[in-house]
Design a protein around this ligand. Structure first.
Ligand SMILES: [Zn+2]
Length: 165
């Protein structure tokens, strides 16, 4: 762990790093660092050997982490423990409204069983819910909005059950 998301705090912002030094710092292959240079990590200049400012390296790694967090597609919630977006167990999540337009999705990480949370804009919930089954844990403020009972079948329990064998 930690290799895929190197900790920017290991970087000393006031020094320069060669590709080899960055690789050693994080225990990565040099090619990974070269790849970062292609992905937007800026070298000091075009001269060889390539040198990277600590400050720039730190910026790049922070940004990468940010992106990894945001790359949480529809139907996924980021697990802080696993450091990865996860489809919550059972594809289920609870949604708790925290404001008129804000809410928090809560599910269970299928890998580590921890609760995972994702803040959502309720107006854009459809864009992030994916194929999750979402239960709203707080009743809407308006009373009597829905008189109909919830999804459960209330009409005499077993009356509706199949009687054929
Ligand atoms: Zn997890």
């Amino acid at each position: 762990m930690g290799v895929r998301h190197p900790n920017p705090r290991l970087v000393k912002v006031h020094r320069n790093y060669s590709v080899e030094e960055v690789a050693r710092l994080f225990g990565l292959h040099k090619n990974t660092v070269r790849n970062w240079l292609k992905q937007g990590l800026a070298a000091i200049d075009d001269r060889r050997p390539t040198l990277i400012l600590g400050q720039e390296l730190s910026r790049f790694l922070h940004e990468r982490r940010q992106k990894a967090r945001q790359a949480c597609g529809p139907g996924r919630i980021f697990c802080i423990a696993c450091r990865a977006p996860r489809v919550p167990a059972g594809k289920m999540a609870d949604c708790t409204a925290t404001g008129p337009l804000a809410g928090t999705l809560c599910g269970i990480c299928p890998d580590c069983d921890r609760l995972i949370y994702r803040r959502v804009n309720l107006a854009k919930l459809d864009a992030v819910r994916g194929d999750l089954e979402i239960a709203f844990t707080q009743p809407r403020p308006r009373i009597g909005e829905r008189a109909a009972p919830s999804v459960k079948c209330d009409s005499g329990e077993k009356a509706q059950a199949h009687e054929d064998a």
